[in-house]
Design a protein around this ligand. Sequence first.
Ligand SMILES: [Fe+2]
Length: 126
Amino acid sequence: MAGKLEVYKCMVCGNIVEVLHAGDGPLLCCGRQMEQFVPKTAADEGKEKHVPVIEKVDGGIKIKVGSIAHPMEREHFIEWIEILADGNHYRRFLNPGDAPEAVFKIEAQAVAPREHCTVHGLWKGE
Ligand SMILES: [Fe+2]
């Protein structure tokens, strides 16, 4: 059973979905069960270039990926950066060549960032 905001990938066609409302059934694509992306953390290998870093900036919150900037190449880049902030969900999609960061023009107390690398999967920060 899937959970709200969990991310799943079809290992056949590459579809990636996020759950907005959890039902009882399995998530299937291309005739197979989709695989859950369990977010990696600061405890995992590759953390320096993947764990999102939160920075307060004038008028908002900047999320950088990671403490050493992640590459933004055609075959290997940060596809999106998202934050859960005081119960609201925000996402910025990125492209190769962009900086691996996003500014969200919001005021929030509790911020939980996540990002998706096209090669190394889903990562979360604190
Ligand atoms: Fe990566």
